[in-house]
Design a protein around this ligand. Sequence first.
Ligand code: FAD
Length: 457
Amino acid sequence: MTPNASALLDRLAAIVGPTGLVTGEELRGRPASWTRPAEPCAALALVRPRDTAETGAVLTACAEAGAAIVPRGGATGLVDGILSAPDQITLSTERMTAIESLDPLSMTMVAGSGVTIEAVQNAAREAGLFFPLDLGARGSATVGGTISTNAGGLRVLRYGMMREMVLGLEAVLADGTVVSSMRPLIKNNTGLDLKQLFLGTEGTLGIVTRAVLRLRPEPAGYATALVACPGVDDGARVLRAAQSAFQGRVSSFEGLWPDFYRLMTKPGRATPPLGPDYPFYAIIEVECVAEETDRFLDLLDRLMGEGTVLDAALASSEEQRQGMWRIRDRVENMNADGIVRAFDVSVPLDRMDGYVRGALARMAAIPDCRVVVYGHIGDNNLHWNTTDLDGPGNAAIDAAIYEPLADLNGSVSAEHGIGLEKRGKLGLSRSAEEIATMRLVKRALDPDNRLNPGKIF
Ligand SMILES: Cc1cc2nc3c(=O)[nH]c(=O)nc-3n(C[C@H](O)[C@H](O)[C@H](O)COP(=O)(O)OP(=O)(O)OC[C@H]3O[C@@H](n4cnc5c(N)ncnc54)[C@H](O)[C@@H]3O)c2cc1C
């Protein structure tokens, strides 16, 4: 270790206390990320400030020492956004886990950036309220991480992405300046909405330390069905009809193509409510009271009469509802079957059928390529999972999935972000002028490129 590095670590330990700095073997014992469980965290040190003031002091110290900082929340991000180099400092929010306050009247919560989404959901529920963001990684993903990736998940259709759930936040800039915009206001048109700088920018413009979250009334109940349709376009018609019938209260609409459905309902996995040979399946969930279930059944009957739905199963208990969600949620089943490369893209709904057919046809010609496709199709979001073929095979898969997107007005990242993994793909979704403007903002806030360098650009 150089004398400068050693002096920086001494200074950081003085700021956060001896237990706030993790180095050496203890640090190497931590995995690099959720997607790289066997790789050790490569940073010079992991620093764990307890609050905004300590975060500010850490960033000032790093700025003066010329050290780069990589923010880290629950480490569940899927695009290598928290990978660090051996000379960089990882800043973990794991000690900023206080839920500072919850106001049931204005339906707001103030939470530290290290609070997990599950803890936010539970605290809201205990107060008779509801925090709508939900994702498979809820037990580890944090407030700061989901803000920084503008996470989406299972209820975007009704409640929007994380951006819609943040009223205010506090962030620390690269030079240690604290920008506090912790107002619990829905309306606040007083110039630039600075919190947007930190939403979805993957820790490249500042470190989020606290946030004011917007809570919602708890839904009175759900009606959940699995439907089989002739194709994704019919699925879109089902969604449209349900939105009209229930005044926009469809909270999830998850598309499942047959290979995905069959993989998830193999013996020993989720129980299949419908046969395995339909061309397209969707889980549809509507927020409604029990008395409205008949209306949901009538809707499904009508759609079956029209041929838009071929078959349908309605969950008649919470256990059956959870069983349906297990078909969608158990992503570990794909890993168990060796279908391990995950893709997250967006395509306009009216172009989705042609896009999926075209990409599947291209991948069918790649030797040993296995692929499944599913996603939050009500939000235009498709997830592909494929085998890992190394070298040219993977390049051909990438081309089949990414190349058509630019012409379709799609996106190379629907909800996971860019990180390191998709840097080379950014130009497929954003124009040269857009990327140049992003770089201008980055240079203005972090002229020495010290905050999460190399991520996004
Ligand atoms: C099983 C599973 C299911 C998932 N499902 C979904 C899904 O449905 N929808 C979805 O959108 N994502 C999903 N994800 C991806 C992931 O959970 C989200 O990206 C989540 O927002 C990451 O939160 P985190 O706390 O783990 O952040 P990390 O992985 O630790 O970090 C993510 C990025 O944010 C930055 N960052 C973290 N904390 C801060 C902070 N306080 N200030 C500034 N920058 C920060 C990091 O540098 C990194 O660039 C899933 C992941 C898994 C493993």
